[in-house]
Every structure is written in structure tokens, then in C-alpha cells.
Write a protein that binds this ligand. Structure first.
Ligand code: AMP
Length: 284
């Protein structure tokens, strides 16, 4: 497995692979890899001839008070893990090459980013869609794999690809969880042992809401009150938002006619965790 830092080199490899008729899959990550990321890679491996994983802590998607500096970074460990999963290439450019001094072009999806994390983290999704658009031009993938754990991110990228006629399949992989239900995240390492216990309440609340939904509850406020109760009962928790939106547009739903997505962002101590689930009649 090769680690590529040079942008032109990556682009030449992508182009050559395309010309040779190879199918390219890309899994964009910020590193600090866990089983959730690795599951995306396994999926990519099963679909592609050339599997590329990008590892890049993208400065332009972090707000000024967010954890860009302290975000965990360990390229050596990440490369051992990816190699074991059959990844062909890691693309890990230097921020100064990726965003040179005169950089000034951004991609902005307008509607699906307004609610949820887009409201709490101004500029975040502009940073995400811009970095992913650049990766698409550099790596030239046929398939790009994202986690449904970052539901709004997945939808924003899907929308960008649709609106800008990018010839790339965007796949949303289901959320991979710890045994007790906590969604795997690179940020879970920030949690103290007590906070880790409280963090379970996110997935427990989602499960409870799904159960109520399947029993016929369609009123968002009733579902969200129950979610808030369960989370607020735990120490160290503070809800940033808990909302139910349309699965495609992410517009808020007061009544769920058919399907909805219940999305949460919760501070547990000084760590902000997100999670979500679909509300629909069939089991996920
Ligand atoms: P990150 O490095 O955390 O930005 O994540 C890179 C990719 O992995 C994104 O598409 C995430 O949605 C996805 N991902 C992160 N955690 C999980 C998880 N627990 N299950 C599935 N996908 C995940």
C-alpha cells in the first residue's frame, strides 16, 4: 500500500487507472480510523479495482472554536489498519499544498445544509463539500463512500454530485456502532469513563423513538420530548439539537407522514456527538 502526499501524483494515478478501465472507489476520512471507517473500506474493496482512502484533517470545515488542533492524528497507525483491509492507496496531502495562499473557490450546497449541523456549525458544510469536490477531481473515483452517521454530510454531497452532474455514485453506508449502541466516532476518545456511560443515551433515545414511531406515533414533538427526557436524565449531557426532518430535504417535519430522519447533536462534557436514525415502519 502506497501513501501519496503529492496532488499531481495522485491525479496521474487516478487518470491512468481510469484509462486502464479500472473502477476506482474513494473513502474520504480525517483519519483516527475505527471500525466504522474500516467497514466503508471493506465495502469499497468489494466494489472497486482501485481503493483509495483519503486522510486529511480539513481545516476549512472546522469553526474557530472547534477541535481542529486537538483532532487525533496518527498516520502510521491508520496506514497499518488500512493496509490490513486491502486499501491500495492512502492520499494524504499537506494542507499548504491543498489550500495554497491564493485559494478562493468554494462549493456551497444551499438548502440541505441549512438545518441541523448546518445551523449549529456555520461554514462547516461549505468546507466539507469543497474538500470532497477537490478530492473527486484529484482521485477521479467512480464510487465514493460516506457514512450515514454523518447523515447531513452524506445528503449534502449527494446533492452536490446531483446538481453539478458529477459522474460519481455516492453510497451511504449504515452507521457502525459499539456493542452498547454508541455510534463509533473518532471523537469518542475525548470522553471520560463517566461521559462514555452518559453517551449511550443518544442511541438509546433513538431506539425508543423508533419503537414509539412503529407503534404509530407520528407527532414529532411527542417523539422529541421523549428523546430529550432520556438524554437529559444523564449527567454531563446538553442537547445542541434534536430534530426530525424529511430524509431527503432535511426540512423539519411536525408530523411524519411517511418517513423521517431523527437527528441529534449532544454535548457530552466538552465533546459534541452526533447520531441519527430513520423513522420508518420497516426494521433497519
Ligand atoms: P470522519 O473521518 O469522521 O470524517 O469520517 C469519515 C467517513 O466515515 C465519513 O463518511 C463518516 O460518515 C464515516 N463514518 C464515521 N463514523 C462512522 C460510523 N460509526 N459508521 C459508519 N460510517 C462512519
Amino acid at each position: 500500500m502506497k501513501i501519496i502526499k503529492d496532488i499531481n501524483e495522485m491525479q496521474s494515478i487516478g487518470e491512468a487507472a481510469r484509462r486502464a478501465g479500472k473502477n476506482i472507489a474513494l473513502v474520504p476520512t480525517m483519519g483516527a480510523l475505527h471500525e466504522g471507517h474500516l467497514a466503508l473500506m471493506d465495502y469499497g474493496r468489494s466494489k472497486a479495482d482501485l481503493l483509495v482512502v483519503s486522510i486529511f484533517v480539513n481545516p476549512i470545515q472546522f469553526g474557530p472554536k472547534e477541535d481542529f488542533e486537538k483532532y487525533p492524528r496518527d498516520l502510521e497507525r491508520d496506514s497499518r489498519l488500512t493496509e490490513k483491509r486491502g486499501v491500495d492507496l492512502i492520499f494524504s496531502p499537506e494542507p499548504k499544498d491543498f489550500y495554497p495562499e491564493f485559494f478562493q473557490t468554494y462549493v456551497n450546497v444551499e438548502k440541505v445544509i441549512q438545518n441541523l449541523c448546518g445551523a449549529s456549525r456555520p461554514g462547516h458544510f461549505r468546507g466539507v463539500t469543497t474538500v470532497v469536490c477537490k478530492f473527486f477531481h484529484i482521485v477521479r473515483p467512480h464510487l465514493a463512500i460516506f457514512g450515514q452517521k454523518d447523515y447531513q454530510q452524506w445528503r449534502a454531497i449527494w446533492q452536490m454530485v446531483e446538481d453539478l452532474n458529477m459522474d460519481i455514485e455516492v453510497f451511504g453506508y449504515p452507521t457502525v456502532r459499539e456493542a452498547d449502541g454508541l455510534a463509533m466516532s473518532s471523537r469518542n476518545v475525548y470522553l471520560s469513563p463517566e461521559e462514555r456511560v452518559s453517551a449511550r443515551s443518544l442511541s438509546q433515545a433513538l431506539k425508543e423513538a423508533q419503537a414509539l414511531f412503529r407503534k404509530g406515533e407520528r407527532n414529532s414533538n411527542i417523539l422529541l420530548d421523549r428523546v430529550a427526557d432520556l438524554i437529559n436524565q444523564q449527567p454531563h449531557t446538553r442537547i445542541d439539537y434534536a430534530k426530525i426532518g424529511h430524509p431527503r430535504t432535511l426540512e423539519e417535519l411536525t408530523v411524519i407522514k411517511d418517513r423521517g430522519v431523527l437527528a441529534l447533536a449532544v454535548w457530552v462534557g466538552s465533546t459534541r456527538l452526533i447520531d441519527n436514525c430513520l423513522l420508518e415502519d420497516k426494521e433497519q
